[in-house]
Ligand binder design. Structure first.
Ligand code: HEC
Ligand code: HEC
Ligand code: HEC
Ligand code: HEC
Ligand code: HEC
Ligand code: HEC
Length: 502
C-alpha cells in the first residue's frame, strides 16, 4: 500500500530513480546554471576575456554533455535491473503512453531540454567559433610559445588584423588544417616539446594571394614613399645625428613608370630557389615577362648552372618574400637605439649611451626578469664608475634612459623562446640582413650576360643626407655617403657583412 502511494507521487517512471541519473541531473543542472551565468557576463561585457571565453566555450560544455548522457544511461541500466527482477524476464519494447502522467512529464522535460540545448549549442558554438578565431585566443592560450609573435603583432601596422586572417584565411579545408595543427601545438605546451624559437612557417603559410591580397589589392597604384632615417654615432654626445631621407620607388609600373612593386606583378613573374631553410641564399632565379620570354639568372656558386632545379624547390615570389616581417618585427639593437634617441625617449646628450644600449640589448639572457635586472645594473654601474660626475648631475636622464632600454628589451627580445632579431631576418631592406641583395647583388647573372642589379638608384634615391649644418639635398638623388666611416667598401661589399644590427 505504501509503495502504491509512493508510486502515485512519482512524476517519472521507475527507471529514472537511480544514482547515476541523479548524478547526471545534478551535474547538468549545475553546469547549465554556471553556463547561463557566464553567458550573461560574456554578453554584457564589452571586451571578452580570455579566461572567461576558455571556461564558457571550451572547458564547461563537455561536462554538460557528460551530465546529459548520464541521465539515459542510468535509466536504461535501471530498466534492465527492473526487468531482470520481474517475472517476465524478457525486455519489453519501450512504449510511450501519453495518457500516463509520468510519461507526459518525461516527454515535456525531454522536449524543453532538447530545445534549450539546441538553442544554447547554436549560440555557444557561434560564440566558441568567434572566440577561437580571436587574437587573444591564438596569442594567449599557449602563453609562452606565442608571446613573441603576439607582442610584436600588437605594435605592428597589423595590430588590428586578427591572427587567423593571415594564418588561416578563408575556406573550411584550411580552417580544419590549422585547428588540427593548433591543437597539436596546445598539447606540446603541456610537455614543453616545442622548438625555441618557433620557426617561421615558410612552407605552411598560404600564398600571399590567398591572405595578404584579400585585403591589399596588388593593382593599387603606389607612388613613392619618403623614409626618414636618423643615425647616431657610438657616442651621440660627440656628433650631431646623421640623417638620410630616402625616396622609395614603390610604384607598380602601371603608367609606364618603373618601381619596386612593378617587376613582379605587372611586368614579370619571378620564380626562385633558395638553398637554406630561411631562404637567405638564393641560387637560381627565373623571370617570365609579359610576352612569355624566360630569363634564368644563377648565382656565382649555383648548383643549377647546367641542370634545372627540382620542381618542388621552385617558389613563385610574392608579397611575403619582401614583407615577411610585416606583422612580427623583432628590431635590432642598433635600430632600436637610433629610433629612441631620435624620438627623444633617450637623451642624446648622455655620453656613450648608444653603444652601451646596443651592447646590453644584444647580450644573451636566460629570462626576461634576469635581463631586466642585469640591464639596469650594468648600465647604472657603468655610469657610476665611468661617468660619476655626469651621473650625479644628470641622474634623472640616465634613469629614464635605463627604463626606456629595459622597455625596448621587453618588446623585442624574448629569451624564454630565444626569439630575437638575428633569428628572423627581415627581407625588406639590405642593411642588417641581405634582404633585396639576396638577388640584387650584381652576382646573379643570365647566360646572355644580364645581371640582377645592385645599383643604388634602382629602388630608391637619396634626397637628403648629412649631419648638423653639412646636409646635402637634391631631388635628383645624391650619391650615398657612408655615415661615420669614410670608406668605399660599401660599393662592393654587402652592407650586412659588416652591419649585424647588434
Ligand atoms: C598580416 C599578417 C599576419 C598577422 C595578422 C599575424 N601573422 Fe603571424 N606571421 C605572418 C607571416 C607572414 C609570418 C612568416 C614570417 C617569415 O616568413 O619570416 C608569420 C609568422 C608567425 C609565427 C612563426 C614564428 C615567426 O615569428 O616567424 C608565429 C608563431 C605567428 N606568426 C603567430 C601569430 C599570432 C599569434 C598572431 C596574432 C596575434 C599572428 N601571427 C598574426 C603574418 C601574420
Ligand atoms: C585583414 C586585412 C589584412 C590582411 C589579411 C593583411 N593586411 Fe597588410 N595591412 C592591413 C591594414 C589595415 C594595414 C594598415 C593600414 C594603415 O594603417 O595604414 C596594413 C598595412 C600593411 C603594410 C604597410 C606597413 C607599414 O609599414 O605601414 C604592408 C607592407 C602590409 N600591410 C603587407 C601585408 C602582407 C605582406 C600581408 C600578408 C602576409 C598582409 N599585409 C595581410 C590589412 C591587412
Ligand atoms: C620586391 C619586394 C616587394 C614585394 C614583392 C612587395 N613589396 Fe610592398 N613594398 C616593398 C618596399 C621596398 C616598400 C617601401 C616601403 C618600405 O621600404 O618599407 C613597399 C611598400 C608597400 C606598402 C606601403 C607601405 C606604406 O608605408 O605605405 C604596402 C601596403 C605594400 N608594400 C604591400 C604589398 C603587397 C600587398 C604585396 C604583394 C601583393 C607587396 N607589397 C609586394 C617591397 C615589396
Ligand atoms: C628572388 C630574387 C629577388 C629578390 C629577393 C628581389 N628582387 Fe627585385 N628583381 C628581381 C629580378 C629578377 C629583377 C629583374 C626583372 C627584369 O629586369 O626583368 C628585379 C627587378 C627589380 C626592380 C626593377 C624593376 C623595374 O622597374 O625594372 C626593382 C625596383 C626591384 N627589383 C626591387 C626589389 C626590392 C626593393 C627588393 C627587396 C625588398 C627586391 N627587389 C628583391 C629579383 C629579386
Ligand atoms: C633592390 C633594391 C635596392 C637596392 C639596389 C639598394 N637598396 Fe637601399 N634600400 C632598399 C630597401 C627596400 C630599403 C629598406 C627601406 C625600409 O627601411 O623599409 C633600403 C634601405 C637603405 C638605407 C637605409 C638603411 C636602414 O635600414 O636604415 C640606405 C642607407 C640604403 N638603402 C642605401 C643603399 C645603397 C648605398 C645602395 C647601393 C649600394 C642601395 N641602398 C641599393 C632597397 C634597395
Ligand atoms: C666594411 C664594413 C662596412 C660595410 C660594407 C658597410 N658599412 Fe656601414 N658602417 C660601417 C662602420 C664601421 C660604421 C661606423 C660604426 C657604426 O656607427 O656602426 C658604419 C656606419 C653606418 C651607418 C650609421 C650608423 C648606424 O647607426 O648604423 C649607416 C646608416 C651605414 N653604415 C649604412 C651602410 C650601408 C647602407 C651599407 C651598404 C650599402 C654599409 N653601411 C656598408 C661599416 C660598414
Amino acid at each position: 500500500m505504501d509503495n502504491e502511494l509512493k508510486k502515485k507521487k512519482q512524476r517519472f517512471s521507475d527507471s529514472f530513480y537511480n544514482n547515476i541519473t541523479y548524478i547526471g541531473v545534478g551535474l547538468s543542472l549545475f553546469v547549465l546554471l554556471c553556463e547561463l551565468f557566464l553567458f550573461a557576463i560574456d554578453f554584457a561585457s564589452p571586451k571578452s576575456s580570455i579566461y572567461l571565453g576558455l571556461l564558457t566555450y571550451v572547458f564547461l560544455p563537455p561536462f554538460l554533455i557528460v551530465g546529459l548522457i548520464l541521465i539515459p544511461i542510468g535509466a536504461s541500466l535501471k530498466r534492465g535491473r527492473l526487468l531482470r527482477g520481474s517475472k517476465e524476464g524478457k525486455p519489453k519494447p519501450i512504449v510511450i503512453d501519453l495518457s500516463l502522467a509520468t510519461h507526459q512529464n518525461a516527454v515535456v522535460i525531454f522536449m524543453i531540454g532538447t530545445v534549450t540545448l539546441l538553442v544554447m549549442t547554436a549560440i555557444g558554438s557561434y560564440r566558441a567559433f568567434n572566440y577561437t578565431e580571436s587574437t587573444q585566443f591564438c596569442g594567449l592560450t599557449c602563453h609562452q610559445i606565442m608571446k613573441p609573435e603576439y607582442d610584436t603583432h600588437n605594435h605592428s601596422p597589423h595590430e588590428r588584423v586578427r591572427c587567423v586572417e593571415c594564418h588561416v584565411g578563408s575556406g573550411a579545408n584550411w580552417y580544419l588544417r590549422y585547428k588540427v595543427a593548433g591543437t597539436k601545438m596546445l598539447v606540446k605546451t603541456f610537455d614543453g616539446r616545442y622548438q625555441r624559437p618557433t620557426p617561421a612557417p615558410l612552407n605552411t603559410l598560404r600564398p600571399a594571394k590567398e591572405i595578404c591580397e584579400q585585403c591589399h589589392w596588388p593593382g593599387k597604384p603606389f607612388s613613392a614613399i619618403l623614409l626618414n632615417k636618423v643615425y647616431y654615432a657610438d657616442d651621440p654626445s660627440q656628433t650631431p645625428p646623421w640623417r638620410i631621407n630616402l625616396l622609395m620607388r614603390v610604384g607598380n609600373g602601371k603608367n609606364g613608370e618603373a618601381g619596386i612593386h612593378a617587376h613582379m606583378y605587372f611586368n614579370n613573374e619571378i620564380f626562385y630557389v633558395a638553398d637554406d631553410a630561411k631562404r637567405q641564399h638564393i641560387s637560381w632565379v627565373k623571370t617570365v615577362d609579359k610576352s612569355g620570354k624566360v630569363t634564368i639568372y644563377t648565382s656565382k656558386n649555383s648548383p643549377y648552372k647546367k641542370v634545372n632545379p627540382p620542381q618542388d624547390k621552385i617558389r613563385r615570389m610574392d608579397c611575403i618574400d619582401c614583407h615577411n616581417r610585416a606583422a612580427h618585427r623583432f628590431e635590432a639593437p642598433d635600430v632600436l637605439m637610433n629610433r629612441a634617441l631620435a624620438q627623444g625617449k633617450i637623451s642624446p646628450s648622455i655620453p656613450m649611451i648608444k653603444s652601451e644600449g646596443v651592447e646590453v640589448l644584444g647580450d644573451k639572457y636566460n629570462s626576461t626578469s634576469q635581463a631586466e635586472k642585469q640591464i639596469r645594473s650594468k648600465l647604472t654601474d657603468y655610469y657610476k664608475q665611468k661617468y660619476f660626475a655626469y651621473y650625479t648631475k644628470n641622474r634623472p636622464a640616465v634613469e629614464q634612459a635605463v627604463e626606456e632600454i629595459t622597455l625596448l628589451y621587453e618588446q623585442n627580445f624574448f629569451p624564454e623562446m630565444k626569439s630575437r632579431w638575428d633569428d628572423y631576418p627581415d627581407n625588406i631592406g639590405h642593411m642588417i640582413s641581405r634582404g633585396c641583395f639576396r638577388c640584387h647583388d650584381n652576382e646573379h647573372k643570365s647566360a646572355d650576360g644580364k645581371v640582377i642589379e645592385r645599383k643604388c638608384t634602382l629602388c630608391h634615391i637619396i634626397v637628403e643626407q648629412g649631419s648638423g649644418t653639412a646636409v646635402q639635398k637634391s631631388i635628383n638623388g645624391l650619391e650615398f655617403q657612408h655615415p661615420f666611416y669614410d670608406d668605399d667598401s660599401w660599393k662592393t661589399t654587402n652592407c650586412s657583412d659588416c652591419h649585424t644590427g647588434g
